[in-house]
Design a protein around this ligand. Sequence first.
Ligand code: HEC
Ligand code: HEC
Length: 210
Amino acid sequence: MRINTHRGGKLRAFGALLGMLLLTTTVYADDIPPLEERLQLCGGCHNPDGNSVIPENPKLAGLDAKYIARQLGDFKAGKRSNEIMSGIITMVDEKEFKALATYFSGQKRSDGTSDKPDLVAQGKQIFDEGVIGTAVPACAGCHNEDGSGSDKFPRLNGQNPAYVVNQLMNFKNKVRNNDPKAVMQAVAKRLNEKEIAAVAEYVTTLKEAE
Ligand code: HEC
Ligand code: HEC
């Protein structure tokens, strides 16, 4: 008997706690959390300054704000999917996208390093000149020679090579197909896996021209 009462007490306490949690969630659904608080979520994976040190997670620092906001919108709408980001974005309200994009866009992109000079040299050739035999266009033609990009083409300098490889494979396999006019899918389908590894290794060594 005694044990039962004790359990009932615990259960009621648990119920109250659950109620509080639900209440907090409801408040957040209507009221957007402050940017600093939201940044703690993003910063856990992309680093507080947007220069992710986790190889599969992209550096967001210095990306064009409109590009960031559009990617967030595409994750939310299911036009771009990734098992991690697609889950995260369900917690974030569309009204937050602009402030998040502005914040990460304003951060300075950190430099990357490579200890594979041969791969880097091969990648540089592809990046600057393309691959003539298979009609791969020069990446520099759109993303700029220093990889700094523009409001139309995302910044690539210093980006984590594992992330770049994943994106090029995703474009090649049409897993990522949210690129306007399928321009990157057309580029990536012409690249083989060795070329993808090389060009990804090169972009991480690119530094924005002064
Ligand atoms: C649990 C880890 C995790 C969290 C938390 C997270 N992200 Fe991501 N994010 C990722 C991964 C992994 C990718 C790469 C997705 C892919 O490969 O397509 C990514 C991709 C992105 C991209 C695409 C970048 C590009 O260059 O196209 C943006 C933008 C982004 N995240 C913004 C955010 C924002 C803003 C937040 C906070 C609201 C956030 N992320 C929280 C893991 C995370
Ligand atoms: C004709 C222009 C063009 C050329 C040439 C081009 N790209 Fe792109 N690239 C784009 C556009 C546009 C996007 C953005 C797609 C989007 O908005 O979803 C992009 C996106 C990317 C991304 C994803 C960036 C991110 O943050 O997720 C990578 C990686 C990339 N390009 C690498 C390359 C490489 C490597 C080459 C050369 C082999 C190349 N691109 C050639 C136009 C181009």
